[in-house]
Design a protein around this ligand. Structure first.
Ligand SMILES: [Zn+2]
Ligand SMILES: [Zn+2]
Length: 93
């Protein structure tokens, strides 16, 4: 559910502009090529049975989640205050 398709023809305008189609569509309206499942983030062609995102984007998403957790933890330990102090000093120059 919620997967998207894109044109698999690399020379097609649709592919270049990373225009996406609904899963129910079967062919590109520009060039008539059969549509392929693509990653929602980077338009990489995906195999039929894969997730909405390619493995790289899935990894990126998990990375971001981890970093957010670390930043929140840092605020608790006062790291954010140190960062703000450095930033304010730098601005005076
Ligand atoms: Zn096309
Ligand atoms: Zn991707």
């Amino acid at each position: 559910m919620g997967k998207i398709k894109g044109c698999g023809n690399e020379s097609c305008e649709t592919h270049k502009k990373k225009i996406t189609y609904k899963e129910s569509e079967a062919f590109c309206s520009k060039c008539g090529s059969p549509l392929v499942y693509v990653c929602k983030d980077c338009y990489t062609q995906l195999p039929d049975n894969s997730e909405k995102y390619c493995v790289r984007c899935v990894a990126n998403r998990e990375d971001r989640r981890d970093k957010t957790k670390k930043i929140v933890a840092g605020v608790g330990s006062g790291a954010a205050a140190v960062f703000i102090a450095i930033f304010t000093r730098g601005k005076r120059h």
